[in-house]
Design a binder for this molecule. Structure first.
Ligand code: ATP
Ligand code: MG
Length: 878
């Protein structure tokens, strides 16, 4: 092993990091993970990933990813520069020292379950850099002063001549490395002999490497991905407000133990323009997407527009006609002719007009609501369908990357929130805007001077109330967050009640809950107090506004420049305008949120659109073999951990291959790759000599039956669950499959037989029963390849025998890959391979340690022999 290298951020960088983090997430959110990515401007694809091994001492070990190495080596541009470096870093692990200071800046926590209990501890942090380190010997001042270099190649041309460090670096170097490293090195335990041997191994290429600097492209944008808990939810925020100044690995210390990598960050300033442009572009695309969703209902939208505009017109007309009615009353009073001499015809005209207006308004409201509901549902259904379809078409890795809750939330909450805001914005927004425009012009036409007087005071009230509103929203957000945390504490304690009990932690939980409850209650009381002030002031100012109108308007009536009807109209119109304005404000805020919801949905929809591949070879039946040829594979969610290395394997048709090996050695992975659930990094998987990449996934999967330890059933009848293997199967065929799967007996013993509902994920069935249903399903599917992944491991020996019998029947005449622990299956397999997890530090770098038939492997007395003996012992015990 090559010595560990420590990595640190300087004080200033931490400050920047802290500022950036603080300005990006809610104040009381708990940071769960901070992932720092440094994007390489020339091509982000060439990046080196680290993975971390947690230490309890706030230190993180990082290793370079080898797959990136091979990719880099394949690229002409990088060939020379990375060659020696990548060869070495494959075996190099780095260590980042998180200074204790980080503790006070942000709380990095171990995992979801401990968040509330360890607010002040750093238990785990993840510091990932996605950067191709560039190997060079010096950084010149000229380079540093230019500081605009984004490109590694460009950077190299600067770095090879100069001999001095940048000034800041010198100072920093003294401050950080001299003090800290001596401390760190004292602490560090180091296996010297291991180090020596690896040092010798890679001597020629690593000599330079040892004294060189690693440089993260300077000026490159740092993207900080924050995972944080805000209430119960784990949220994610990507921020790119920093850029790297430098990142260096300096000399190994005298004792040869490790080196220090230093990263310095700078707050990004000059990229705002490009960011704005990008946002603009994104918004355009989002609007296009929205239009594509609404397009089919364009006529309906236009109709709703017309209805809404008419309703708004009527709303404006109503106070005018009311004013007319008041004027009639006043005329009659003026004439002082007595009640009996009143000509009711004078009243009738405005009254009828008003009645017509009210009736029309009622009808329009009815039509409006019905049509908007229809439109909203159409849009939501279309969005949901699009999103659901996109989920079903997503790569399997998508489900590894995204949390189940997020996926479902987008399908439900996000779309529903968009729907309701869209409906409101379409009707209320349009109505209010029209009303404001018409009413304002009407107000001016009635009395310009009064409108001017009101207008000069209204903005003051409006803005001060808005400011107060912002403060209120902040308070309410805080109260909500505290409430979320309180609920989370309760739900966590209750759902983990067994753990709480067994650790006698009830008093701790109670205390924790109470303290959180107190905080929530304080926050809510404070909120109530301020809402009281807000409401009181709002009522008083609205009252004052009315009084102002009455006072100034009354004066004008007395002076004769306005009649009482107009004053009445004026008052009502003013109130309407004011209401509409505040409504528009609320709607605006909601629309921004709704747009964000739509953006999230759009993200997932477009994600899957990139998945359409041109793999179009249809295979009906696999006739020859499946072959793995030098396959390299890493899971997309964990690119730093290689699973298969140069893996080769042939599985001839009709033969049984047994795979055994330790847990985590990649046995199930092989099954998943045959199903084309993941793309391989390099090499090839051939089915009948056709690359799996070119085969249509659906046609491939039709040929494969996969039965694993925990078969998943759907929440429907046994009949439908078995029929899932072949939707066209008749009842008789289903029954026959059940018979072959040894399932008919227990199914028929249920009162409802094949119509028995199996419960969510099959909870109403035992493990062995579920497995037999799954086997029946596979029998109906009639696949040419069968993958049995630990299919009977969860069963007792009686159920196992019954299931095994069924499996043996199913296996006949098919190519079988059995990930095994059943002696009889392994023994009779045509070929057996024994796997072990791939370890880059292990000299052999292989996955398969042994292969052959049972006999030959037993004779060899190697790993398989041990494994077989272990299993026989276990079998006997059972
Ligand atoms: N979806 C995934 N994303 C990331 N890593 C994964 C994923 N699935 C498996 N792994 C990792 O890949 C490695 C191999 O896993 P795999 O499931 O193939 O092992 P296995 O040999 O079947 O083990 P077991 O005998 O315990 O079932 C493990 O280290 C595992 O952590
Ligand atoms: Mg497995």
């Amino acid at each position: 092993m090559i010595p560990k290298t420590s990595m640190s951020l300087n004080k200033c960088s931490f400050k920047i990091l802290k500022n950036v983090i603080n300005s990006s997430i809610p104040k009381n959110a708990n940071i769960y993970q901070v992932i720092i990515k440094n994007e390489l401007s020339i091509n982000t694809k060439y990046s080196i990933n680290f993975f971390e091994n947690l230490n309890n001492d706030n230190k993180i070990h990082l290793k370079f990813n080898e797959s990136i190495k091979s990719e880099l080596l394949n690229k002409k541009n990088f060939n020379r520069k990375y060659n020696s470096y990548t060869k070495n870093n494959l075996q190099t692990s780095f260590k980042i020292d998180f200074p204790k200071k980080l503790n006070s800046y942000c709380k990095i926590l171990y995992n979801q379950t401990t968040i509330t209990k360890s607010l002040n501890q750093i238990q785990k942090s993840n510091f990932t850099s996605k950067t191709p380190f560039n190997k060079t010997s010096n950084i010149s001042n000229s380079y540093y002063s230019k500081n605009k270099i984004n490109d590694v190649n460009q950077f190299n041309s600067y770095t090879n001549n100069g001999n001095t460090y940048p000034n800041n670096f010198k100072t920093f170097y003294k401050r950080v490395s001299s003090k800290k490293n001596t401390q760190n090195n004292q602490k560090r335990k180091f296996n010297k002999s291991k180090y020596q041997s690896s040092k010798n191994k890679s001597h020629t290429s690593s000599k330079k490497f040892v004294t060189d600097y690693f440089v993260i492209p300077i000026g490159g944008t740092i993207t900080i991905k924050l995972l944080y808990h805000y209430g119960q939810k784990l949220r994610e925020e990507n921020i790119s407000k920093c850029s790297t100044i430098y990142c260096e690995a300096h000399h190994r210390n005298k004792d040869g133990r490790g080196k220090n990598i230093v990263i310095a960050l700078e707050e990004k300033k000059n990229n705002e323009n490009t960011e704005d442009k990008q946002k603009e572009q994104e918004n355009k695309e989002l609007l296009k997407f929205l239009f594509s969703i609404i397009k089919k209902d364009l006529l309906l939208v236009l109709f709703i527009f017309a209805v809404t505009l008419s309703a708004a017109g009527i709303n404006v007309l109503t106070p005018i006609i009311t004013g007319d009615l008041i004027n009639v009353v006043q005329d009659v009073l003026k004439r002082q002719e007595g009640f009996y001499s009143i000509d009711f015809a004078e009243f009738t005209a405005p009254t009828l007009k008003l009645l017509t207006l009210y009736l029309t308004q009622g009808i329009l409201t009815f039509v409006d609501i019905t049509l908007v509901a229809k439109l909203g549902e159409n849009i939501a259904s279309r969005l949901k369908l699009k999103l659901f379809n996109s989920y079903l078409l997503q790569e399997i890795s998508f489900f590894d990357k995204n949390k189940y809750n997020d996926i479902i939330t987008r399908l439900t909450n996000d779309i529903n929130s968009f729907k309701s805001t869209f409906k409101q914005a379409l009707t209320q927004g349009l109505k209010c805007t029209t009303q404001v425009v018409i009413s304002a012009s009407y107000l001016i036409s009635i009395s310009p001077s009064l409108t001017l007087t009101i207008c000069s005071t209204m903005p003051i009230i409006y803005f001060s109330m808005n400011l107060y509103g912002i403060y209120l929203r902040k308070l309410s957000k805080k109260a909500h967050m505290l409430e979320d945390i309180t609920n989370f504490i309760a739900s966590e304690a209750i759902s983990n009640i067994r753990t709480v009990r067994s650790f006698a932690a009830e008093p701790t939980e109670m205390k924790l809950y109470q303290s959180s409850l107190n905080k929530t209650s304080d926050a809510n009381t404070k909120l109530g107090f301020h809402i009281g002030i807000f409401q009181g002031t709002t009522n008083a100012s609205i009252g004052s506004l009315v009084l102002m109108i009455l006072y100034f308007g009354g004066k004008q009536v007395v002076q004769g420049s306005m009649n009482p009807g107009q004053l009445m109209t004026y008052m009502v119109a003013m109130q309407n305008t004011q209401k509409s304005l505040s409504h528009i404000g609320v709607l605006f805020g909601q629309s921004i949120k709704a747009f964000d919801s739509l953006r999230r949905v759009y993200e997932y929809v477009t994600d899957s659109e990139g998945n359409s591949s041109n793999a179009n070879i249809i295979i009906n039946e696999i006739q020859d073999k499946i072959e793995f040829k030098n396959v390299n594979f890493t899971y997309p969610t964990r690119p730093e951990a290689k699973i298969l290395n140069n893996f080769s394997l042939k599985i001839p048709v009709g033969k049984v291959l047994a795979i055994c090996g330790t847990s985590g050695s990649g046995k199930s992975t092989i099954g998943q790759l045959i199903e084309k659930f993941y793309e391989i990094d390099s090499g090839n998987i051939l089915v009948d000599d056709i690359s799996i990449k070119d085969i249509d996934s659906r046609s491939l999967r039709k040929n494969i039956g996969y039965i694993n330890q925990e078969p998943i059933l759907f929440h429907t009848t046994i009949l439908e669950n078995i029929r899932y293997g072949n939707p066209n199967a008749t009842l008789e065929e289903v029954k026959e499959a059940a018979r072959q799967a040894n399932a008919s007996h227990f199914v028929e013993s249920f009162p409802k037989g094949y119509d028995t509902i199996v419960g969510d994920r099959g909870v109403a069935l035992s493990g062995g029963q579920k497995q037999r249903i799954a086997i029946a399903r596979a029998i109906l599917k009639n696949p040419s390849i069968l993958i049995l992944d630990e299919a009977t491991s969860a069963l007792d020996s009686h159920s196992e025998r019954i299931v095994q019998e069924a499996l043996n029947r199913l296996m006949k005449g098919r190519t079988v890959i059995v990930i095994a622990h059943r002696l009889s299956t392994i023994k009779n397999a045509d070929n057996i391979i024994v796997m072990k997890p791939y370890d880059p530090l292990d000299g052999e770098k292989i996955n398969i340690i042994e292969s052959g038939t049972h006999r030959s492997l037993m004779r060899k007395k190697g790993e398989y022999y041990k494994f077989y003996k272990d299993l026989s012992r276990k079998d006997k015990k059972d």
